[in-house]
Design a protein around this ligand. Structure first.
Ligand SMILES: C[S@@+](CC[C@H](N)C(=O)[O-])C[C@H]1O[C@@H](n2cnc3c(N)ncnc32)[C@H](O)[C@@H]1O
Length: 240
């Protein structure tokens, strides 16, 4: 799913607030120098421009593949500087690694976890919001639906593991004190309600293609919740 989904708690009814709420839950309280990366050039550019407007000097934005630091290119306000390669972090030099609603897309999550483990200091923190498989046994038809969505949204099937395998993968990468909180109802449920409540508004405001995308997303989320197909989790762990 390429849509940000947000965390719909504390009476939040607006999309930007829900996204901020999830970001605070996953990454809140961190200070110091931040290095960001996304594979989406337009997102990187918007972020770099906003950061420059705010005058923040402690954030560096890159475009590239999160699992491969040598692919990262620095993004300057006003335009990507194609010649500026990010100088990779030294091993065991990073305090905290965060993935906000993204690492189920990575090829693969396990590669990303191993990279985080190699760069984090001992005691460094890992924070993720992530999607895993639910425990429900799916019918053949449901499995076909899931596969269509997974292919359509660029999620490697290998990343969709059940809770116990997910926890084992994190521990195998070298993490301890693994805490996994299931926030499915406040994420998928919240977003589905937000889209449902605004259906009439969206029909008038958006072109039919965009409106249809919202409709499909809503039905997908309702199916995911009703059948327990996927779970949305917030995961914290430390590197030993
Ligand atoms: C669901 S969006 C979430 C965006 C944002 N983190 C948020 O919460 O609003 C997933 C993001 O993961 C990024 N992404 C997917 N694969 C990636 C990769 N291999 N490396 C870096 N970013 C990736 C996509 O560009 C997309 O912006």
């Amino acid at each position: 799913m390429v849509w940000a989904k947000g965390l719909w708690t504390n009476g939040i009814t607006q999309f930007p607030e829900a996204c901020e709420n999830l970001a605070i839950k996953v990454a809140g309280g961190r200070v110091g120098m931040r290095v960001m990366v996304t594979s989406e050039k337009s997102h990187a550019q918007i972020s770099a421009d906003r950061i420059a407007r705010k005058g923040w000097t402690n954030v560096i934005v890159n475009v590239g593949d999160a699992t491969n630091i040598s692919s990262w290119r620095l993004v300057a306000p006003g335009g990507l500087d194609r010649h500026m390669k990010f100088t990779p972090f030294a091993d065991s030099s990073v305090d905290s690694a965060i993935s906000l609603d993204a690492c189920y897309h990575f090829n693969t999550r396990q590669k990303f976890l191993k990279l985080c483990a190699s760069k984090l200091k001992t005691g460094g923190l890992l924070s993720l919001s992530d999607i895993i498989l639910g425990s429900a046994k799916l019918s053949a038809l449901d499995r076909i639906f899931l596969r269509i969505f997974v292919i359509g949204t660029g999620v490697p099937m290998v990343n969709l593991v059940r809770l116990s395998e997910y926890e084992d993968d994190i521990k195998t990468a070298g993490f301890v004190n693994v805490e996994i909180e299931d926030v499915t109802d406040n994420v998928f449920g919240g977003l589905a309600s937000f889209i449902r409540d605004r259906d009439t508004e969206f029909r008038h405001l958006l072109n039919w293609r965009r409106w249809l995308q919202y409709r499909v997303m809503r039905h997908f989320l309702e199916w995911v919740i009703a059948k327990g197909v996927l779970r949305f989790v917030v995961t914290k762990a430390s590197y030993e």
